[in-house]
Design a protein around this ligand. Structure first.
Ligand code: C2E
Ligand code: MG
Ligand code: MG
Ligand code: MG
Length: 280
């Protein structure tokens, strides 16, 4: 790879590095506009029970930029997290999710929605009040929302996060630990947090049936055991095959999410959903 290397080893940035930095600056500068110009939307991925019934959805943000085309959340969320932009995005996703819940409820569907909460959001002083005023504004019971936090978000300021979670739990909001197994949380403090669900990371689900020594499967077993020990429910993300599903079912995992059932789709795709619809 070509390098624009300065003499005396002062600066070694590859062409690639320059391109990446340009892209970073582009995204960072256009994100604010995207927020103002309503370029953000959500898609919904179903979470199903053992018999394939859709019990809830995860809302995932999408950015279709007029300039760049679709930009994946994996790319722009970390950039948004560097500033207050992540809070604005969080509020947009929250309002869109509440809108979906209320339209589902009108159709007689009681599907709750999971939304992703960033570390920076949960430590904002007005986080609890913002959530409360939004659910009141939309007339949605807080228990229809599952707030997904990663282990990394928990450990940023565990005391503050714990207080915030306990406060929200009093009102009925529920919490799921996203990408579980990839972070640093210990059983000791998971025990003191008001958690309803552990979400096994796709990374471990991917290897079910694939890894020769069965280590991934053992980790999956351990996480399901941990959920049991904490008396919380367990969901697996990134389920793509019947083999993975059967393994997880046999081990007692309660809910599943992944391409095997459905990709995340816009609200319109789910409008015809009935109470007894079974996936896949
Ligand atoms: P996540 O919360 O762990 O979401 C799961 C990701 O896995 C999603 O990617 C989803 O589309 C993808 N996925 C689900 N099932 C499968 C599968 O079977 N196979 C494969 N290959 N992928 C699957 P997505 O939508 O690109 O989101 C990536 C990450 O961006 C999310 O990971 C989450 O951390 C973050 N994110 C997305 N929306 C939001 C949001 O509204 N707020 C915040 N703070 N973060 C968000
Ligand atoms: Mg998530
Ligand atoms: Mg996840
Ligand atoms: Mg994940």
């Amino acid at each position: 790879r070509a390098k624009r290397s300065a003499p005396f080893g002062l600066c070694h940035i590859s062409e690639e590095g320059f391109k990446e930095f340009d892209r970073y600056l582009d995204i960072k500068s256009k994100l604010e506009q995207a927020i103002e110009h309503d370029e953000l939307s959500i898609v919904l991925q179903p979470q199903v029970t053992h018999d394939g019934t859709v019990s809830s959805f995860e809302a995932l943000v999408r950015w279709y930029s007029k300039e760049f085309g679709p930009v994946s959340p994996g790319e722009f969320i970390p950039i948004a997290e560097e500033s207050y932009a992540i809070c604005e995005i969080g509020d947009i996703v929250l309002r869109k999710a509440l809108n979906v819940i209320s339209s589902f409820m009108k159709n007689g569907l009681n599907t709750s929605i999971a939304i992703n909460i960033s570390a920076r959001q949960i430590v904002m002083p007005d986080f609890v009040n913002t959530l409360l005023s939004r659910v009141n504004q939309f007339g949605i019971p807080p228990n229809m929302l599952m707030l997904e936090l990663t282990e990394t978000a928990l450990v940023v300021d565990i005391e503050l996060v714990k207080e915030t979670m306990l406060e929200l739990a009093k009102f009925g909001f529920r919490f799921s630990i996203d990408d579980f197994g990839t972070g640093y949380s210990s059983l000791a403090y998971l025990k003191v947090l008001p958690i309803s669900e552990l979400k096994i990371d796709k990374y471990f689900v991917d290897d079910i049936g694939k890894d020769s020594d069965g280590k991934a499967a053992q980790i999956v077993d351990a996480i399901i055991e941990m959920a049991r020990a904490l008396n919380v429910s367990c969901i697996a993300e990134g389920v793509e095959s019947e083999e993975q599903l059967n393994y997880l079912k046999a081990k007692g995992c309660e809910k599943f999410q992944g391409y095997y059932f459905s990709r995340p789709e816009p609200q319109a795709h789910w409008e015809g959903l009935q109470k007894n619809t079974k996936l896949p």
